[in-house]
Design a protein around this ligand. Structure first.
Ligand SMILES: *Cc1c(COP(=O)(O)O)cnc(C)c1O
Length: 495
């Protein structure tokens, strides 16, 4: 299985180990598989009898053939262990009638990014060996909160890798700050900077762009790498849980083999829903892919009109991980639907004008798989309350956007097909907004909100967020943004 760039008309091929190490193509495009491996009904039946790590290793081995099945199985067992994913890696819960919630947040940071970030660093570590790389990778991350913690948990204590995370000292919540400051692991470092998220991100970008820096790092046995969400190594593990959920529906006799299901995904960067699309192309019987957005509904507009236009207001919402105006992974779908030549044109136009428009043929092709819905803040809060009051199902703000979109889809189409709705974060990750949606009262403090939500709903706080205040703080340094490079040097002992 080889890979190619979404922007390369000559279709140069790369191996799976190479693209995981490299992350993004040199022409700025994203790596996609040259063909999609098939998944037969017999294979689905066989997967039904396996554990999540075994299912994951089987499916990943179709895409990542530089890795042996034994290597993948070992990594999947380590990534999706019972101790990291308490209550299972991706349990499926029937919320009501035809609606099933695929809970992807039982991992170490209580959000769905763990599903990819627990495995991808292990794949990266192996890819360094496989590509003959003798230097140690230094992962630099600028975070506004959640990605930093998920990356720290994923990369901690992985061979041949060190990770350093920068966050704006006043730009993350108290819970997020505590989560990062108390991070364990021998190869991790966390540093707060005076400034906002953009300052942190600019600082990291400048370090990446500085050729003096890469030279000096190379002399000392290091190279820079990113934990970016457009890496195929983060996308491939997300294909697994759609297939796994289908197996679970068969095992529980909720569906018959071959029966079609729909999938509804709370979407930001279009990574998660794109993974569902790949599962469909492999042969998993998926009907519609319902793309759910919050008030930043650029994708809803795109799917309905064929125009992608980022020249619009940006809204801060209670589902912040979906507050995005550039959905990078959409480029992969464009490439599959329109081909490389048109995709290059769309991306050029996006770059120059912030806008592109797909033609009718491409639009019809995308519309045969995808539909778009969105929930504004009011609808999101109502979905949290309704699902709790009517069905006893407690969900976070992102999941609520998807549950409301699924409701709208059923109402408008009358389609009775069962829907797998991705649940992407624990309700405790966004406890204050969830509590407020249920009670119309606003907790004063984010830590207190955890306890208030727990006693109001009589549910347990997700394990990664328990007893945060009692954990040992390991990282309390606050630096000026212009000192970020010297902080990196000092962390890896370069003078
Ligand atoms: C990242 C994230 C999303 C969006 O996923 P994409 O792959 O970027 O579309 C949704 N919900 C939560 C909680 C997230 O962290």
């Amino acid at each position: 299985m080889k890979y190619q760039s979404t922007r390369d008309l000559s279709c140069k091929k790369y191996s799976s180990a190479q693209i995981i190490k490299q992350g993004i193509a040199n022409d700025g495009g994203l790596f996609i598989p040259e063909s999609i491996p098939a998944l037969s009904k017999d294979e689905i039946s066989e997967l039904c009898g396996l554990s999540y790590p075994e299912r994951a290793a089987k499916i990943l081995s179709k895409f990542l053939d530089d890795y042996t099945y034994e290597e993948l199985l070992q990594d999947c067992h380590a990534a999706y262990s019972e101790s990291s994913f308490v209550g299972g890696a991706a349990p499926l819960v029937n919320v009501h009638d035809n609606i099933y919630s695929l809970e992807l947040w039982h991992g170490p940071t209580a959000a769905f990014k763990d599903m990819a970030l627990q495995i991808m660093p292990r794949l990266l570590s192996r890819s360094l060996t496989k590509t003959g790389e003798d230097k140690t990778a230094v992962i630099l991350v600028a975070t506004s909160g959640d990605t930093g913690k998920a990356a720290l948990e994923g990369y901690k204590d992985i061979d041949k890798i060190k990770i350093m995370v920068f966050y704006p000292v006043d730009g993350v919540s108290r819970v997020q700050k505590l989560q990062m400051a108390t991070q364990t692991g021998d190869n991790v470092n966390v540093c707060a900077i005076k400034g906002n998220f953009d300052d942190a991100q600019t600082g990291v970008k400048n370090i990446f762009a500085n050729s003096e820096v890469s030279k000096k790092l190379a002399e000392n046995g290091y190279f820079l790498s990113s934990a970016n969400s457009i890496n195929w190594g983060r996308l491939a593990p997300q294909i697994v849980y759609y297939i796994s959920a289908y197996c679970d529906l068969i095992s529980s006799k909720d569906i018959k083999m071959g029966e079609t299901v729909n999938v509804c995904v709370p979407t930001g960067n279009f990574g998660n829903i794109f993974a569902a699309y790949i599962a469909k192309l492999m042969g998993l019987p998926i009907g519609k892919l319902i793309c759910a957005s919050n008030t930043n509904n650029i994708l809803t507009d795109f799917l309905r009109t064929g125009v992608y236009d980022r020249n619009r207001d940006f809204h801060l919402t209670m589902s912040p991980s979906m507050d995005i105006l550039i959905s990078s992974n959409l480029e992969r779908l464009l490439c599959f639907s329109a081909g490389i030549e048109k995709t290059v044109g769309y991306m050029k136009s996006l770059n120059e004008t912030g806008r592109y428009e797909i033609d009718d043929e491409v639009k019809a092709k995308i519309a045969s798989d995808f539909v778009g819905y969105f929930a504004d803040e009011e609808a999101t809060a109502k979905a949290i309350k309704d699902n709790y009051d009517k069905y006893g199902y407690l969900c976070d703000t992102h999941t609520a956007v998807a549950l409301d979109s699924a409701r709208q889809y059923i109402e408008q189409t009358g389609d009775n097909t069962k829907i797998i709705v991705d649940s992407t974060a624990s309700p405790y990750k966004f406890a204050a907004d969830v509590y407020n949606s249920l009670t119309e009262k606003t907790p004063e403090d984010a830590l207190e909100a955890l306890d208030m939500l727990s006693s109001y709903t009589n549910t347990e706080i997700a394990y990664p967020l328990k007893n945060l205040a009692q954990r040992k703080v390991r990282f309390d340094e606050v630096i000026e943004a212009e000192d970020m490079l010297s902080a990196v040097y000092s962390y890896i002992d370069i003078k």
